[in-house]
Design a protein around this ligand. Structure first.
Ligand SMILES: CC(=O)SCCNC(=O)CCNC(=O)[C@H](O)C(C)(C)COP(=O)(O)OP(=O)(O)OC[C@H]1O[C@@H](n2cnc3c(N)ncnc32)[C@H](O)[C@@H]1OP(=O)(O)O
Ligand SMILES: CC(C)C(=O)C(=O)O
Ligand SMILES: [Mg+2]
Length: 517
């Protein structure tokens, strides 16, 4: 074990997905997982395989595609959860099962209704059973932040003897202060010695998640559980970009400690996760927020112009923020400049088909906008690669909405090479669009959330719409994305995207069931 290496365990696809409104479909999770691999994370917690057939499908398909990061699934200390986790991760060249049970008095008494002895028995059996599937087992003492140290030591002794090699100490409810968390980690990492690696998983309920993660690292933790943009249950988890950049920027405080993250991929990863979830980091969010490297006031601008380090402790390019792009894209730009920009933005896995289709959309956009910005291009490419499921394709949309009339939408879509059209009235224009699409596809969706943001400033900015739609009781919500300078067009595309995503998941799951039968 390299004593200076901090293992980065990313849980964007599991705890991050527990952020209300952040669920992702399988294709989107695969995109995020491949980007996390490119970012250099050591372990990707790809989901909770036993939670649903869709979650199992996502974890197992990620396991088939990711080669360089270990793929992990969470499971309760319950045989069936562990079995699902084991089966889902088995195809990954590197894999891990993460099992957990709560050890705090409040959780044991009220939630689990179990005695300390029962908890230890369940924990030991879970680890032993997990070891029948994989060699690498992580055990979490849920709510370690409010657990008693002597009991935690008993649990640790037992699960290490049963075969766990990583012991995670989650501050599940974000209760601890950095000094307290640091002291707990010090005592328990000294106790574990070289029998197991100590990990931390901090929540941000008091805004202390990253401070706690860093306090843990200086006190012996050698794995940090983090998420992109700090997504996660309630107030979120410790953000990967914050912890990693603190360790890199403050070498004087962290000595030889290091992570294997390629920090130049941080911004691209943050943008991908924000686009897919539809949840933008706040503007003043450290490292990845819109204002993280912006200087507004004269004295600061003067300082930065004279010497960048007067007001910047990190270089924006070190986290992949490209400032002062030299190539300005507009309607006279050709394929070469477009490809060059895409490469500069770090999209190296894009297919020729995706590039050509994005280029066509870029030309249409350039006709409408004076200057196409880096963020516009990033969105065009991301949109192209996210909208692979194309059972239905939007061909035309006509809307009318007079203040005293009936909001109406006429929609044309392509289905099996045939154009089908219909029109409907609604309570508003959007309602009319959704109702018409429902009638055309024969599938009725229930819109759970609708989010529209503008990609850049200006009246001619691209609108990015994210819809989250539920189609039946058996499956979760399906996310759709639409991009256009026209918000209503983006809305129709996003809603159809949700329909397409639902249909492709349904088809994949029924094939899997047929195969199993
Ligand atoms: C702190 C965390 O982030 S924990 C991870 C949270 N993630 C999730 O919950 C994933 C999504 N969850 C789900 O899909 C569902 O909750 C499932 C499939 C896991 C379980 O569903 P259900 O069987 O209907 O149980 P439900 O969610 O209502 O209750 C949880 C049960 O698990 C028990 N439980 C909770 N944690 C554990 C554990 N680590 N080990 C064993 N049992 C546990 C609870 O005590 C409760 O048991 P009870 O029904 O006997 O009272
Ligand atoms: C399951 C564990 C690791 C968790 O997410 C928590 O305790 O917050
Ligand atoms: Mg958590």
């Amino acid at each position: 074990m390299d004593k200076n290496k901090i293992i980065v365990f990313d849980t964007t696809l599991r705890d991050g997905e527990q952020s209300p409104g952040c669920s992702m479909n399988t294709e989107e999770k695969i995109k995020v997982a491949l980007q996390l691999e490119k970012l250099g994370v050591d372990v990707i917690e790809a989901g909770f395989a036993a939670a649903s057939p869709g979650d199992f499908d996502a974890v197992s398909r990620i396991a088939e595609q990711v080669k360089n990061s270990s793929i992990c699934s969470l499971s309760r200390a319950i045989e069936n959860d562990i079995k699902q986790a084991g089966l889902a991760v088995e195809k990954a060249p590197l894999h891990r099962i993460h099992t957990f049970i709560a050890t705090s008095p409040i959780h044991m008494k009220y939630k689990l209704k179990m005695s300390e002895d029962e908890v230890i028995k369940r924990a030991v059996h879970a680890v032993e059973y997990a070891r029948t599937f994989v060699d690498d087992v992580e055990f979490s003492l849920e709510d370690a932040g409010r657990s008693e140290i002597p009991f935690m030591k008993e649990v640790m002794d037992a699960v290490i003897a049963a075969g766990a090699s990583t012991i995670n100490l989650p501050d599940t409810v974000g209760y601890r202060l950095p000094t307290e968390l640091g002291a707990m980690v010090k005592e328990l990492s000294d106790f574990a010695g070289n029998r197991a690696r100590i990990s931390v998983h901090n929540h941000n309920d008091l805004g202390l998640a990253t401070a706690n993660t860093l306090a843990a690292v200086t006190n012996g933790a050698r794995q940090i559980e983090v998420t992109i943009n700090g997504l996660g249950e309630r107030a979120g988890n410790s953000a990967l970009e914050e912890a990693v950049m603190a360790i890199k920027t403050r070498k004087d405080a962290f000595g030889d400690l290091y992570t294997s993250i390629n920090t130049k991929e941080i911004y691209a990863t943050s943008r991908l996760v924000a686009t897919i979830t539809g949840v933008e980091p706040q503007q003043n969010k450290s490292i990845v927020g819109k204002n993280a490297f912006a200087h507004e006031s004269g004295i600061h601008q003067d300082g930065v112009l004279k010497h960048q380090e007067t007001y910047e402790i990190m270089k924006p390019e070190d986290v992949g923020v490209i400032k002062d792009s030299t190539l300005i894209l507009g309607k006279h730009s050709g394929r070469a400049a477009f490809r060059d920009k895409i490469n500069q933005l770090g999209f190296d896995k894009i297919t020729d088909e995706e590039l050509n289709s994005a280029f066509e959309k870029f030309k249409v956009l350039a006709d409408k906008k004076k200057e196409v910005t880096d963020d516009d291009v990033r969105m065009l490419i991301t949109d192209e690669s996210l909208n692979h499921d194309k059972t239905y394709e939007l061909v035309g949309l006509q809307i009318s909405d007079c203040s005293n009339g009936l909001p109406t939408a006429a929609v044309s879509i392509k289905y099996n090479d045939e154009i089908i059209s219909d029109a409907n009235i609604g309570n508003g224009t959007m309602d009319a669009i959704f109702k018409t699409i429902d009638r055309l596809t024969g599938i009725s969706g229930d819109l759970q959330s609708y989010n529209v943001t503008s990609v850049t400033e200006g009246k001619d900015a691209l609108a990015k719409v994210t819809t989250r739609v539920v189609f039946d009781e058996q499956t979760p919500s399906f996310v759709g994305h639409g991009l256009s300078v026209d918000t209503m067009l983006a809305t129709a595309k996003a809603y159809l995207g949700s329909v397409n995503s639902f249909l492709s998941q349904k088809e994949r799951l029924s094939k899997r069931t047929e195969h199993q039968v």
